[in-house]
Design a protein around this ligand. Sequence first.
Ligand SMILES: [Mn+2]
Length: 262
Amino acid sequence: MTGKNSPTILKSIFKKILNPKQSEPLAVGLPESHRLYCVGDIHGRLDLLHDIHRKIATDALEFDGVKLVVYLGDYVDRGPHSKQVIDCLVENDFPDFETVFLLGNHEQVLLRFLSGKDASIAHDWFRFGGLSTLASYGVSVRGIPTSKDLERLRAEFKEKLPATHLQFLERLVSHYELGGYFFVHAGVRPKIKLHRQRLEDLLWIREEFLNSDFFHGKVIVHGHSVTEQPEVHHNRIGLDTGAYSSGILTCAVFEELTCRFL
Ligand SMILES: [Mn+2]
């Protein structure tokens, strides 16, 4: 890890894949004149999202090329302002950027709760932060809900969830690729081709991915697993710095072969 504003040169990461003996050279870094901002797990912290948006806007001011923002998912739960975070993302502070919104496991569970198909999911969701999300939408939550409260909560949530929010949630994508990078919420299962991954792994995987030295063909940029500082490894870059409790929302900036942090 280098100082705050000095870019980490990712040449060492890409050394292996820059090997000219490769019959089909793999993409490395980002295409020229592209700059990509990648934002970690927000979890209902509107204050931190506003801060990071201000930093991105300032940083991008002088840049003329193609600008992108990729959000790694887990917009809702735990923090107090899930609804307001989605509002902010739907309104889009960056009309001259391409924006990519990835699906996080927390959004997946929220959508499952809404669908009503899987009754057992509700209590899991409430346990890992769903009650804060319901409260942010003005759903009346009194204590820990029991099974007989579920239908009422689901109906009230459906009624209070704006159509634009439902559309936003339903359009979240499982992954995004550009140049030598593969962006995904949690990670990938080693030794399975990137296009044959299961959605459950992309959204939930931890140890098997985090502990693996396997090079997946692209550098995996992910959130989901909290670390004190962003982590740059040869095969993956982790950006979840636990914003909800740490107050630190990480944004990485990718350009050609470099990566730096705002
Ligand atoms: Mn997650």
